[in-house]
Design a protein around this ligand. Structure first.
Ligand code: C5P
Length: 243
């Protein structure tokens, strides 16, 4: 990867907001404890489905906004265009920065129309999906998930979406194809020192050098013996790249 040219993001994003910590915990009290532990080391939080099911999701989102944090509502909306449009109308007054919507041309059009100040991030193809799953869903044999990701990212860009969720390994192709217009947000991040069973992952540095604008980090922060120190270490890498 290091032999490839660096595709560092040119978007005007404060460096410390490029790290998004995923609050993947079962309830808001646990989330609040984690937020306290991070302190000033994390400025941007992703609130996902696990937390939604714990109740009080939007109260926590409001608290974070009150505390000056940025909020990403990872709701992965997927319904008919009218329902998603109405959901966005109900959501757009929230002080959140991003919401996720599964790729579907007409659904994304509806979401973009009703987004207000909310940024729409298109989920192109879940990284858990492989060629066999696509075949099972009725796609032609041999359809490559990476090609589908790229086609959908280009389409999301044309539709006026604010960004896409992509694996750091897909970011380079997307950035090369769409330029700086689309925000690329990459989960699947593992700091260099961590070796686990995840395969399609990259370090924070590699993700940014491949064109990511933001990285989403969950378990490596949540499960660290010292979450704040783990976040600080990533912030140091980011400051070195963008400072
Ligand atoms: O793997 P990690 O714990 O860092 O994941 C952080 C977040 O990114 C999770 O909330 C998960 O929902 C999201 N994620 C994703 N696509 C992946 C991997 C993780 O959307 N391929």
């Amino acid at each position: 990867m290091s032999a490839e040219p660096r595709l560092l993001s040119t978007r005007a994003i404060p460096a410390h907001e490029r790290l998004i910590a995923a609050l993947d915990v079962p309830d808001t009290d646990t989330a609040r404890r984690l937020v306290r532990a991070f302190g000033a080391s994390v400025a941007f939080y992703k609130l996902g489905l696990e937390l939604l099911m714990g109740g009080d999701y939007f109260r926590l989102a409001d608290e974070l906004a009150d505390a000056g944090k940025k909020v990403f509502l990872d709701l992965k909306l997927h319904d008919i265009p009218e329902t998603v449009a109405r959901a966005l109308r109900n959501l757009r007054s929230r002080r959140a920065h991003f919401v996720t919507v599964h790729y579907d041309r007409r659904v994304l059009e509806a979401a973009c129309r009703e987004r207000g100040a909310l940024g729409i991030l298109a989920v192109t193809v879940m990284t858990s999906i492989d060629a066999a799953d696509l075949r099972d869903q009725g796609f032609a044999a041999g359809t490559d998930p990476a090609d589908l990701v790229l086609a959908r990212a280009k389409s999301a860009c044309d539709l006026g979406c604010d960004g896409v969720i992509a694996s750091p390994l897909e970011a380079r192709r997307i950035r090369s194809a769409v330029g700086p217009k689309l925000a690329i947000v990459t989960p699947g991040i593992r700091p260099a020192a961590v070796a686990d069973d995840q395969r399609r992952v990259a370090t924070p540095r590699d993700a940014f050098e491949n064109g990511a604008d933001y990285i989403v980090v969950g378990r490596p922060l949540r499960d660290a013996p010292d979450p704040r120190a783990a976040a600080d270490a990533i912030q140091e890498t980011i400051a070195g790249l963008f400072g």
